[in-house]
Each structure stands twice: as structure tokens, then as C-alpha cells.
Ligand binder design. Sequence first.
Ligand SMILES: [Zn+2]
Length: 464
Amino acid sequence: MRRLTTCVLFVLATAVAAAQSPAIEEEVMRHYQAVLRIDSTDPPGNESGVVAYVKAQLEKEGIPVQIFQLEPNRPNLVARLKGSGSRKPLLLMAHTDTVNVDPNKWVFPPFSATRDGGYVYGRGAVDNKQDVAVGLMTMLRLKREKVALDRDVIFLAEAGEEGTTRVGILHMANDHFDAIDAEYCIAEGGGVTRVGGAVKYASVATTEKIPRAIELTARGPAGHGSIPLQNNALTHLSSAVAAAANWVPPIKLNETTAAYFKRLASISTPEEAERYRAVLSPDPTVAGPADAFFRKEAPIYASMLRSSISPTIVQAGYRVNVIPSEVKATLDVRTTPDEDPDAFLAMVKKVINDPAVEVAWAARDTRPNAAPARLDSEVFRTIEANVTKHYSTIVLPTMLTGATDMAYLRAKGMQCYGIGPATDIEDGPKGFWAHSDQERILETEFQRYARFYFDVVRDVAGRR
Ligand SMILES: [Zn+2]
């Protein structure tokens, strides 16, 4: 009887969690609008307003908060709910800064958090104040509902993600790692893709490419522009840039990218599926045509297949009648996590094949090399189960072509997974995505994400 009662209660609790009470929906929306209305555009950041709001909500309910700050007005907030300690902590991450705005481009003011036509509009709506709000709400619910925890649940609201990581994740990882040390972390970086209003798939970020830079320097004699020289440094540099850019580095799959294309094939048209399967083939005559198609028509897929090069900066010459003696170009290089940098540089040198051009790694804001998060871990499986429960769709483990703060934590051995709410693929070209002129989310999808997020955290950290 007792068992039965427990069981019935459990079923009821599950049903309530799936529906989520109107009071909770109202509350999480209130927190979301409150943080959207605080301008924390970075630069300069000024995340202290958001942090003060979150801190007050947590402390009101007796959840202790720590603040770690490297520079004035750039606080990082850490809150912890204690578990029994029988399993290691789970870290929830959300960044409190946003990219800048051009207010003239906004139909609704960027810090108004206007609700209109089923959407919420505001800078940070999907990057990343949705995670600030649902992370906060999850902490409050775990406490209020007295959810018994095996794992500590740590909430990190971090500053400076949008380009000033020294005050944010770097400060935490280098100087206060004890405060956030966990077995697993969940953060931004993934998301659910809707096409034509229907959910198509969920991306969960398990690894990312490493940003690097190669600098090309060509030298030759200076001279008068009226007398062409065969060893003109700029001519050498131009050929070198073209050679590097036109080179197609070999395909290099890992567990994540292989699973990504395999699973993507399972939900695609036969014609698309054939290409996704073809690039998995070790036979270049099979993979080659599909790869060539991606390079032209779907460059993000081509980038996911390999280390890549984009020329981005040229510094050359200063007046029309002077042949410059030294010119430089910078290549944005994104290597796969398992690429050997020395071997890659050697390949680039061979491709350029010009003794007049020096080819070398250059400094940039990079990320540490780190092993991908596992696809057979408890957290990945729990995310998958909750994607099925809340979105009835497939999970694509994803290697991000860009860099995130998760790299710093993966480098310390944490298993980090990037998740996110559902957005419409059509909203990108319309200018409503992260970093677009405007930013928005469907209210229904915000609420679904809040339910999904809470369930993932409870399932990972709750008592077994
Ligand atoms: Zn972000």
C-alpha cells in the first residue's frame, strides 16, 4: 500500500512536472523579463545589475550565494544546493552579459522584454538570459520542492562570455575552480531546431573546434611601382593566401561528428541522407562529391568535417607607387579537437610551398585542447531521454565550429554539454537569432525549455 501510494504520488508529480503549474510559468517569465530589462551589453558588461537580481531571488529563499569579481561591475555569482555527496556535483552555467545593440534596428526596445504575438523580444532572449532565468528557477524549485539530491547542484551566472572571458570563466577556472568543480556541466551551445513550426532535431554540443591563427609574412625588395618585380612580396603573399584558402584539408571525423551525420541521415530526405552517409565513407571517391557539395552549399557541414582555414586579415602596402618589402596576412584556423597543431602547420607550409613566405602560428584568444564529452555518460543519456519526453525528437551530438566557455572546463576534465531552447530556423534570415539585429523566443518554447531543463537537472542530481 505504501509502495502504491508512493508510486501514485510519483506519477502525479511527473504529470505536474510535465504540465508545470501556471504559477511557475508566471514566475519564470517574471524572472526572465526582469533580467532582460537590465542592460548588460558587453562591452562594457556591467553584469552587476543582473547578478544583484539573481542574488536577491536566491537569498530570499535561503540559498547561499558567493560573488567572485576580478574587475568592478563584473561579478560572477555562484550558488550551491547541497546534495548527499554520494555522487559528484552538477554545474549549471549561464552568462549574464549580452552582445551590443543598435536600438534603431529594434521594433520593440531591446531592453523592454516586450511580449507580443506569442514572442518575448529582447537582447539576450536566446543568448543567454533564458539560461539565467531557467537556471535560477530550477534552483528555486529544487529548494522549495525539497528535492532530495545525491549531487550538489551549482549554479554559475558568469560575466564576460561575449569576448571578455578573463573576468568570467577564466577567472573562475583559474582562481576559484573549487567553487565550481563538478563532474558534469550543462551550458549554452546546443538547441532544438524547428522547421516550418515543427521540431526537427535537438543539438547537444559535446565538443568544439579550437580557434587558432596562422600568420603569413612575405618579404621581398621594396621598389618603384613603375618597375614590376618578379619577387614582389605582395604577389607571393596573394598566391600563398589563395593556396591556403583553396586547400581542402583531409576529412577527420570523431565520435561526435560521425554520430551527427549518421543520425542526421536518419531524419533526412533520401537525397540528403545519401550525402550525410557518403561523407562517413573512408573511400574518397564516395565522400568526395558529397564533401564538395557541402563546401559549396552547406559550408557549416564542410567545417564540421575537418580543420579549416579562412583568410581574414591582410596588411600590405601604403601607397600606390611603392612596392612594399614586407606584407602579412592572417588566417583564421579552426582545428578539430584531435588535430596535431605541428603536423597541421607543416601541411599548410607544404601547400603554400614558397620560401619567400614565412608560415607561423600567431597569438589569438584561443581555447585549451580538451577531450570531447562522452556520448555514453549519464548526463548525455538523461538529456536524450528528456529530449524524447519534451520534444519527441532525435538528439544530434554536435561539434561546434565556434568556441565556448565549456572548453576551459572540459580541459579540467569536466564533462560539459551544450543545450538550448527551440528556435525557428526561419528566424535566422529574418534577423531574430542570437547576435542578430533583434532577438526573440516563442513564449511556448521558453516554457517548454524551462520544464525540460528542470527535469534534466532533477534526473541527473536527484536521489536515486
Ligand atoms: Zn552566449
